[in-house]
Write a protein that binds this ligand. Structure first.
Ligand SMILES: *Cc1c(COP(=O)(O)O)cnc(C)c1O
Length: 401
């Protein structure tokens, strides 16, 4: 590493609150599925800013749309209408089949909104304020107090207790464990359709279908967190579409704006008509013209470039190549995932592999200590899968053998 990069890293460590153990690289610019650091070194990016930059870096149409909107109008407040928000919502409804959209600034904020909508829905039914939400162990929903309270990892929550309360945790893909948490107070069941941070665990079709039936029977709201697994990543616009299990409320963020900070929670008309009303919820920035111009353009480009179909095509190839590594190395136990959201499960910590890959110009990230996660830009091609596998294979051989 050169002196300049070293200097920036030292200054960052002095000035930024140390809430991340960062990798020793200062990134400067991107081009397609490659990133460059400030010393000009190139990296193949299999992280995409954690499942965010789906379109690849330097997408001309996307960049131009943002520049155009910056020159026109960046912000208005939600007391006035703006065209990009109307267009973004129209398009998002069309691809999700949901009926009402609320734009937020982040994923966690979308989770907060979903929790409030569910509580209000239940409150309007019986006037009580003791409703419970069932969430899953090993889940991740974000760092704000409400989102943290439904995150099924005690390590993230412990120092910040008490959370919002009235949350019960069940086991993912274990319907009986959900049933044992259900009571008359249950207002919602909340889960990621594919758990991300918790280790790339997809919800099973049968589990989701049973949850849907249970929710229908007892008028409980099914809330699906599609913040990481949505927006084409699994080869469907939203992962639940693969199973035909439609949620009452869903959240999206990460790839929604492809880097412009924006999220959304969406609901069916049933929930929209009987939950949050004027004065119940708000945000200064959420859904502002700049953020929504990004969303509208992202959705348009996804369609124009057939991104979802492309994910289905290329992900089969990625799976095949990752399975090859599982067969080759005893210390890799299995592969899990859907589409371009994959995890390789090791019998040991993967930190050394990720470090080595970085040195060799490949950006990877973990999901838990023993899993390498693959969430590349969705425009990745087979050649880049080959390039990634070749580098990773070399790192594996060196790190552990
Ligand atoms: C990243 C993530 C969040 C939180 O989103 P932020 O934008 O970081 O607040 C919530 N849920 C899931 C599944 C995520 O992957």
């Amino acid at each position: 590493m050169g002196a300049l990069m070293q200097e920036y890293i030292e200054e960052a460590e002095r000035d930024l609150l140390h809430t991340y153990n960062r990798y020793p690289v200062v990134l400067d610019r991107g081009d397609g599925v490659y990133l460059y650091d400030i010393e000009g070194k190139r990296y193949l990016d299999f992280v995409a800013g954690i499942a965010v930059f789906a379109l690849g870096y330097g997408n001309r149409a996307y960049n131009d749309a943002l520049k155009g909107q910056i020159d026109k109008l960046i912000h208005t407040s939600n007391y006035y209408y703006n065209v990009p928000a109307v267009e973004a919502a129209r398009h998002l409804k069309a691809v999700s089949g949901m009926d009402r959209v609320f734009f937020t600034n982040s994923g966690a904020e979308a989770v907060e909104g979903a929790i409030k909508a569910a509580r209000k829905y239940a409150f309007l039914k019986d006037g009580k304020t003791d409703h419970e939400i069932i969430a899953m162990n090993h889940s991740f929903h974000g760092r704000t107090m409400g989102a943290l309270s439904v995150t099924g990892n005690p390590h993230y929550r412990e120092a910040f207790e008490p959370g919002i309360g009235n949350i019960r945790f069940a086991e993912m893909n274990d319907f009986d464990s959900v049933l044992s948490c259900v009571s008359d107070k249950t207002c919602a069941i909340l889960l990621e359709t594919v758990q991300g941070e918790g280790g790339i665990y997809p919800a099973q079709e049968e589990f989701l279908k049973k949850l849907r039936a249970l929710c229908d029977e007892r008028d409980i709201l099914l809330i699906l967190d599609e913040i990481q697994c949505g927006m084409g990543r699994t080869g469907y616009w939203f992962a639940w579409q693969k199973y035909g299990v439609k949620p009452d409320i869903m959240m999206t963020a990460k790839a929604l704006g492809c880097g412009v900070p924006v999220g959304a929670f969406l609901m069916t008309e049933k929930v929209g008509a009987a939950s949050l009303k004027a004065g119940d919820h708000g945000t200064t920035y959420g859904g502002n013209p700049l953020a929504c111009a990004a969303v509208a353009k992202v959705l348009e480009l996804f369609e124009q470039n057939h991104i979802v179909e492309h994910v289905r095509e290329v992900s089969g190839y990625l799976e095949e190549k990752l399975d090859g590594l599982v067969s080759k190395y005893d210390f890799i136990q299995t592969r899990r995932g859907c589409g371009l959201m994959q995890g390789l499960v090791f019998d040991r910590p993967v930190g050394p592999v990720i470090q080595k890959a970085l040195e060799r110009g490949l950006i990877l990230i973990n999901a838990g200590t023993q899993i390498i996660r693959f969430v590349p830009p969705l425009v990745i091609g087979k050649e880049q899968v080959d390039e990634m596998i070749a580098i990773l294979d070399g790192c594996l051989a060196e790190a552990f053998e």
